[in-house]
Design a protein around this ligand. Structure first.
Ligand SMILES: NC(=O)c1ccc[n+]([C@@H]2O[C@H](COP(=O)([O-])OP(=O)(O)OC[C@H]3O[C@@H](n4cnc5c(N)ncnc54)[C@H](OP(=O)(O)O)[C@@H]3O)[C@@H](O)[C@H]2O)c1
Length: 329
């Protein structure tokens, strides 16, 4: 495969390269792509040095697959140009996720929807991916009617600028701000910008993308997304109401059996998911499983995953692997 990584110098792009190397994705030619600012700079991949190129040059190379993580505007403008050149684009931005003709894919849930005709494939939002990984097996068994989710999101979800902001604040130095407020020793109840309905874009992504991935518009999702000064991954407190009642041991079993989910749930020895353990791992970790005592057919759980891996890079590489394995590219 000739592979382009668009946004190769960014937070997600760097993990993308790492995941491609770790999983030994077969690459005959690699094109690391970034903005004009970075063109000519060097990066390392599998002990070899590569020069960063620009988008124009990358399209001309007609890669088989382009993994995009360079922001929505770049995707909107450039993904169609790559697609026209015959490249299959797997896009990490929000640009194409809710487009009615584009697939929104979490491989463990809906990769089977993919066909050779899909030239722009959307990778869901990081906080949505980890939530639907735990919801999907439970929805199939009990039928979800409503989800109430509060997120505690890592600053790595905002990109390199945010990590720099926290480091500056930690050292007491002035610098560029990725957030409207200090993030060190703070919790900011705003991830992304506000929409007219009072929710942030991130919160509406959790609502809309969940319905699309589960292929069920009747699943109601209400979300509050919070940024906290953590780096290892996003955490989510999730309250789910089902049509049918459940057995908590069966819930645990369904989650354990679902590929890509690890249950960490033993309160006797204080075992539960945390970002410090999820960091650098590909799985989605679920724990604090307990019946909601305040209303029928309802479950509480705590979900943690590394947003840069399963929430972005790993999910995208898994899509690429599926395309190759099934001769769709
Ligand atoms: N961070 C996450 O957890 C996460 C999860 C899922 C999806 N995403 C999405 O992934 C994308 C990147 O996020 P990130 O956190 O990696 O951001 P980031 O650290 O700020 O990196 C942005 C990358 O895009 C490149 N870029 C920016 N403008 C460009 C342009 N006009 N042409 C070509 N390349 C350009 C940058 O290149 P330079 O270095 O040259 O500026 C850099 O490589 C965003 O769309 C984000 O929403 C992020």
């Amino acid at each position: 495969m000739k592979v382009a990584v668009v946004g190769a110098t960014g937070m997600v792009g760097q993990v993308m390269l790492k995941v491609l190397a770790e999983r030994n994705f077969e690459i005959t030619e690699l094109s690391p792509v970034a903005s004009e600012r970075s063109v000519g700079n060097k990066i390392n991949f599998k002990d070899k040095e590569y020069e960063i190129i620009g988008l124009e040059e990358a399209v001309a190379q007609k890669p088989d697959i382009a993994l995009f993580s360079a922001g929505g505007e770049t995707s909107l403008e450039w993904a169609p140009k790559f697609a026209e050149a015959g490249t299959t684009v797997i896009d990490n931005s929000s640009a194409w996720r809710m487009h009615p003709d584009k697939k929104l894919v979490v491989p463990e849930i809906n990769a089977s929807e993919l066909t050779k005709e899909d030239k722009i494939i959307a990778n869901p939002n990081c906080s949505t991916i980890q939530m639907v990984m735990a919801l999907a097996p439970l929805h199939e068994k009990y039928g979800i009617t409503r989800v109430v989710v509060s997120t505690y999101q890592s600053i790595t979800g905002t990109g390199v600028k945010a990590v720099q902001q926290l480091e500056n604040e930690y050292k007491g130095e002035q610098g560029e701000m990725a957030y409207p407020y200090p993030i060190h020793r703070n919790a900011i109840p705003q991830c992304d910008v506000f929409e007219e309905n009072g929710y942030t874009k991130e919160e509406m992504k959790l609502t809309n993308e969940t319905k699309k991935i589960l292929k069920d518009d009747t699943v109601e999702v209400t979300a509050t997304a919070i940024r906290i000064p953590v780096v290892g991954g996003h955490s989510e407190s999730v309250n789910v109401t089902f049509k049918n009642d459940f057995d908590i041991n069966e819930v645990r079993k369904l989650l354990k059996e679902f590929p890509g989910v690890t249950v960490q749930d033993n309160t006797d020895v204080n075992t539960y998911p945390m970002p410090i353990y999820a960091e650098g791992k590909d799985d989605v970790f679920v724990g604090r499983l307990r019946r909601d005592l305040s209303q029928p057919n309802s479950l509480n759980m705590w979900i943690v995953a590394d947003n840069l891996r399963k929430g972005a890079a790993t999910n995208a590489v898994q899509i690429a692997e599926y395309l190759v394995e099934n001769d769709l590219v």
